[in-house]
Design a protein around this ligand. Structure first.
Ligand code: F6R
Length: 241
């Protein structure tokens, strides 16, 4: 595992965008995308590179990590909308090649299996962008998730719903369930790139990078992967030894 410490969040975002740019230039054609606030600087810089540096997403198959259950795709906070607004609308990614679980499928468990099959057929993901929750989740694999888990229906913890209330009117509007790639699913990507910024992520980053490998901190499973890059700003790095 390589840990890259940058002075601030903007620099960390540019660093991850540079890693993605290089991977695409080297022929990676399957990209894993996270939503949430952590990768916003990455996506801004990827859009800039598309406009000014000839970075192209043509032919790229993109897979999201997760989607809220119960939110229609048109809802402003569905991850389908978020990824379009923050990245896909600003680059030449073919909308037909942007894959994610449907939050409104009548049978979420079957939808999770469909998405897992879709990943297996297109995979492995060449480069996967990850954020980390303050409780150490990646995707929405909350503490206690099996390290061998596959894409499935998960219940969000109250902590995560409180954290994400900032995107909604209040905690009562945050969905209770998600479909998320499992930890083993995520681990099939060839290169995992995790970005974390801000002081509130420092404890989770230290536990993920230097703590024991344990389901109590799902991101600690990254220690078992052969190719992981963790990009943090100085504040998120502040609890590293
Ligand atoms: C989102 C996702 C989550 C977020 C994590 C951090 O697709 O999979 O793991 O990366 O909850 O969220 P932010 O970046 O908003 O702090």
């Amino acid at each position: 595992m390589e840990v890259v410490i940058r002075p601030d969040a903007e620099d960390a975002g540019r660093t991850v965008a540079g890693i993605v740019h290089q991977a695409l230039a080297e022929g990676v054609r399957t990209l894993g995308l996270a939503t949430g606030s952590s990768p916003l600087g990455v996506y801004r810089d990827l859009a800039r590179r598309h406009r000014h540096e000839g970075l192209s997403f043509s032919g790229v198959e993109a897979f999201l990590l997760d989607e809220y259950v119960g939110l229609p795709a048109a809802h402003l906070q569905s991850f389908a909308q978020v990824i379009r607004r923050e990245l896909a609308d600003h680059v030449d990614l073919d909308p037909a090649r942007l894959h994610l679980p449907s939050g409104t499928a009548p049978d979420p468990a079957a939808e999770a299996r469909r998405f897992e099959r879709c990943l297996a057929e297109a995979g492995p993901v060449g480069l996967q962008i990850l954020g980390i929750g303050v409780n150490g989740h990646i995707g929405f694999n909350e503490p206690g998730s099996s390290l061998a888990s596959r894409t499935r229906l998960k219940t969000l913890t109250d902590d995560t719903r409180r954290d994400n209330a900032r995107f909604f009117g209040g905690i009562e509007d945050v969905p209770r369930h998600v479909i998320t790639q499992g930890l083993a699913t995520i681990g099939e990507a060839s290169h995992l790139v995790l970005i974390a910024t801000g002081p509130h992520k420092a404890r989770a980053v230290a536990a993920a990078v230097e703590g024991p490998v344990t389901a109590a901190c799902p991101a600690s499973v990254l220690q078992l992967h052969p190719h992981v890059t963790v990009v943090v700003d100085a504040l998120a790095a502040s609890q590293l030894e």
